[in-house]
Design a protein. Structure first.
Length: 400
């Protein structure tokens, strides 16, 4: 039951910024001449075609929870004696219930040799599926997973018959299907897929073809769904230059904890301020969570997906890098490397010399630092379970 992060989609890694540019994308056009020092960029990598060829697309033989038209397809390879799989089972159901139009889950078997009853449990689930009760048996086996340890593969059928009776199945038919070569071949097919792909353990997910085996709580998986949904909100070009660097701009950020007023440095960081003003006036930050709040360090927001990897569909160059992080309340662009600024920003809780030279400082909190300090602490890298963070309600820009 390895739980390791795969490089193709290291979604919840500890980064101070958004995902590095991948391929151009987005669906929201912008009128006007794009600002200089900016280029279009998407946040999601392109699925590996070689890997995709090894993982069959969902078909009529698959057990699927959710609509065929869902935006996000999650293919799960799972083992009935894997504790993490048992914890994930109700989470995936909750995810489909939370996103009934956007998520579908495809369950596939990956019985590990270290779990002697996982294979026969798969036989029981598949046999129940022959009578239209796969999901019910699937969830029942996981809910009573500890009972499997009381049996051997040779006598486990006695236990599965009691479950079949609870589900009011035709027991004779259940026994026949349980022992059938067709059911065993179905399980073997999934196992071969997993082995040929080199999957390291269970549970293992593919999200729209991208491999994922990191944090699998509801909050994290919801953020990943939002990351896929964000693609429809991303822009197809960079914003035009809409600010006047000779003017003064102030952002009033209304949050669930109160107001934060930020003086923007239009003269020192025109690209960052222009993008921030543009996105604020577009309502891009409305409802966005402070997804990473580390007291004593920084509070980070600006990603509508809440994953820490979302952005507006474009990136722009660093500015004002000579400025020092010498006090609390400084507002800077988050990034994943030089010139990868997007929509994510952070506010310092104290002087942070380690950040000097790498991030664009484009403003400072002039009112509401107490609100910043009251934001809900949240660390995607270390929290066992991610709790909902403090939301931005709206951002209003004033100029003079």
């Amino acid at each position: 039951m390895l739980r390791k992060l795969l490089p193709l989609l290291a979604v919840m890694a500890l980064l101070l910024g958004a995902c590095q540019p991948q391929t151009a994308g987005g669906k929201v056009p912008i009128s006007g001449t794009p600002m200089a020092g900016c280029e279009v960029s998407s946040v999601l990598p392109t699925p590996n075609p070689t890997l995709q060829a090894l993982i069959p697309a969902p078909g009529k033989d698959d057990h699927i929870l959710g609509k065929d038209t869902a935006l996000v397809t999650i293919i799960e390879y799972s083992d009935y004696q894997c504790p993490y799989c048992a914890m994930l089972a109700p989470v995936l159901r909750q995810l489909v219930e939370k996103y009934p139009d956007d998520v579908r889950v495809v369950f596939r078997y990956f019985p590990l040799t270290s779990h002697p009853n996982s294979w026969v449990a798969a036989q029981a689930a598949e046999a129940a599926g022959k009578q239209g009760k796969f999901v019910e048996m699937h969830e029942l086996i996981f809910a009573q997973q500890d009972q499997l340890a009381n049996y051997t593969p040779e006598n486990a059928l006695d236990y599965f018959v009691t479950l079949a009776e609870q589900l009011k199945l035709n027991v004779d038919q259940f026994k026949q299907d349980y022992a059938s070569e067709e059911v065993k071949a179905r399980i073997q097919k999934n196992l071969d897929e997993a082995m040929n792909t080199g999957l390291p353990g269970t549970p293992f997910l593919f999200l729209n073809g991208l491999p994922y085996q990191d944090r699998m709580d509801l909050e994290t998986l919801s953020s990943l769904v939002e990351l896929f949904k964000l693609q429809a909100r991303q822009y197809t070009s960079c914003p035009p230059m809409i600010i006047d660097t000779a003017k003064q701009y102030t952002a009033t950020m209304e949050t669930e904890k109160g107001k934060i007023v930020i003086q923007l440095y239009a003269d020192k960081a025109p690209l960052a301020v222009n993008s921030f003003v543009f996105l604020a006036r577009e309502g891009f930050f409305n409802g966005v969570t402070f997804h990473r709040v580390l007291p004593g360090f920084v509070a980070q927001a600006g990603d509508p997906s809440g994953s820490g990897y979302g952005g507006p569909g474009y990136v722009f160059k660093n500015e004002n890098t000579d400025a020092k992080f010498d006090r609390k309340g400084l507002v800077a662009m988050a990034n994943s490397g030089a010139d990868t600024n997007g929509s994510q920003f952070f506010i310092t809780y104290d002087a942070q010399e380690s950040l000097n030279g790498n991030y664009t400082i484009f403003g400072e909190v002039i009112e509401g630092m107490d609100v910043v300090e009251s934001l809900t602490p949240r660390d995607p890298a270390s929290d066992q379970t991610l709790q909902p963070g403090t939301k931005i309600l709206k951002v209003t820009i004033s100029e003079k």
